[in-house]
Design a binder for this molecule. Structure first.
Ligand code: C2E
Ligand code: CA
Ligand code: CA
Length: 405
């Protein structure tokens, strides 16, 4: 078989539309021509060449995979096959034997549900082509430069004087409009300069190993504020953001758990958000900490998904419960084909891995409607509400009470 070329078509023939859509998106993003068919009858009418690859489900209600291979063979169509089946390996094995008897080329067999990561690496090794699967999401991302407009001394002083405050941004279920919770976003309250945004001091705190103190401020405030939410009549889920350096502190799960326990707040109410790049910096410690967090009952969210370097691998290794599609893609999805492809694949991936999807950065109704149509569960963005200080968020809560119960 020739190495994969631009002319190679990969046909996916499977009666499950979700599976087909995901594979098409995935293979297209790594630069292959993927076409999908949920109807084997329709598929066999295509003009398939010997350069093509057919990823074929053996168990389909209208026509099984063996019959598909037989019909194509009788029509002198000789693509390479990759077979998959939800049944045990013996079904695959006997189908392979049938193919061998007919001199039909079967390059590999897979059990369903398909493990996408190993499927992609299989294709890579088989066709000697390095696919850019682990970097597929990088294309559209340009990292903004962080502006360091406060000094280290000012930051230290602010920590000493607890000059931080949290703003809360609502997240809602797109289908019902009901509240799903709030993301806590930190601001520094400077006596002369006013409110300072996190992109101006988080990086500085990280550079000088002060981030665990910042995180400590966040948790302390969330606990304090949580009682006001309770007084406003709700027990929302609150998401907090943590940094790479928090993942090096091995007793972080226990500390968080004990602080919340003292305040009578159950772990399932506090979601921990972290970005892919924060995991990359210390993979084994991250795995240790995040697995223990999960075991203690904290939901874990992968933030800014699509902007890091090893999205797929991280998703498999770490027990995330939520995937947040980076706002960069959400903001461009109505005008940019690549952005919408990435949004779609994020939704499909999350579904496949039993994670909920959150789209952040929703600024207009068309984007909101499209995300809802694509099956994204939760949305966050200026269209719904900007991040608000605690007193305004309590007013927002009472205004939207009927949707918050
Ligand atoms: P993030 O976690 O991705 O948070 C979302 C950011 O997007 C917030 O900016 C929010 O105000 C903004 N945003 C939300 N919806 C929209 C929208 O529709 N349009 C636009 N243009 N922007 C929207 P913010 O509060 O400035 O936070 C920036 C980043 O700082 C956060 O990004 C997060 O990475 C970091 N950060 C915030 N709070 C904390 C914290 O407590 N600890 C740590 N370690 N990092 C934090
Ligand atoms: Ca976040
Ligand atoms: Ca984010």
């Amino acid at each position: 078989m020739n190495p994969l070329s631009l002319n190679t078509n990969i046909y996916i023939v499977d009666d499950e539309p979700d599976q087909v859509n995901m594979l098409i998106e995935m293979l297209s993003l790594v630069g292959l021509n993927a076409k999908g068919y949920t109807s084997p009858a329709l598929f066999i009418e295509q003009s398939i060449t010997e350069n093509d690859i057919v990823l074929l489900d053996l168990n389909m209600p209208s026509m099984d995979g063996i019959e598909v291979m037989r019909i194509l063979h009788d029509n002198a169509c000789k693509p390479d096959y990759l077979l998959m089946s939800g049944f045990d390996e013996r079904v695959l094995h006997s189908a392979k034997q049938f193919a061998e008897a007919k001199k039909i080329t079967v390059k590999g067999t897979f059990t369903k549900p398909l493990d996408i990561r190993s499927f992609i690496s299989f294709i890579e090794s088989l066709y000697q082509k390095k696919l850019s699967s682990l970097n597929i999401f990088n294309k559209l991302h340009d990292t903004p430069e962080s502006k360091l407009s406060i000094s280290l001394d000012e930051l230290k002083q602010s920590l000493k004087e607890h000059r931080f405050t949290l703003f809360y941004q609502p997240k809602i279920h797109l289908s019902s409009g009901r509240s799903q919770g709030f993301e806590a976003l930190i601001r520094l309250n400077h006596p002369e300069k006013g409110l300072i945004f996190p992109d101006q001091f988080i990086h500085l705190a990280e550079q000088h190993s002060l981030i665990s103190e910042v995180t400590n401020e966040v948790v302390t405030q969330v606990i304090r504020d949580y009682h006001q939410f309770i007084q406003a009549g709700i027990t929302p889920n609150i998401s907090i953001n943590i940094s790479a350096q928090d993942l090096m502190n091995l007793n972080m799960p226990e500390r968080l758990e004990s602080m919340l326990k003292k305040a009578n707040i159950a772990p399932h109410l506090i979601t921990v958000e972290l970005t892919e790049s924060s995991i990359l910096s210390s993979v084994s410690d991250s795995l240790d900490i995040l697995s223990r967090m999960r075991m203690k009952g904290f939901p874990i969210s992968i933030d800014d998904f699509g902007t890091g370097h090893s999205s797929l691998v991280q998703l498999y290794r770490i027990p995330f419960t939520e995937l947040k599609i980076d706002q960069h893609f959400v903001m461009r999805m109505m005008t940019d084909d690549e952005a919408i492809s990435i949004v779609k694949i994020c939704i499909l991936l999350a579904k496949e891995l039993n994670m909920s999807t959150v789209a952040e950065g929703i600024e207009d109704q068309n984007t909101f409607d499209k995300l809802k149509e694509l099956g994204c569960e939760v949305g966050q963005g200026y269209l719904i509400s900007k991040p608000l200080p605690l007193n305004s968020i309590c007013a927002w809560v009472s205004q939207n009470k009927q949707t918050l119960l």
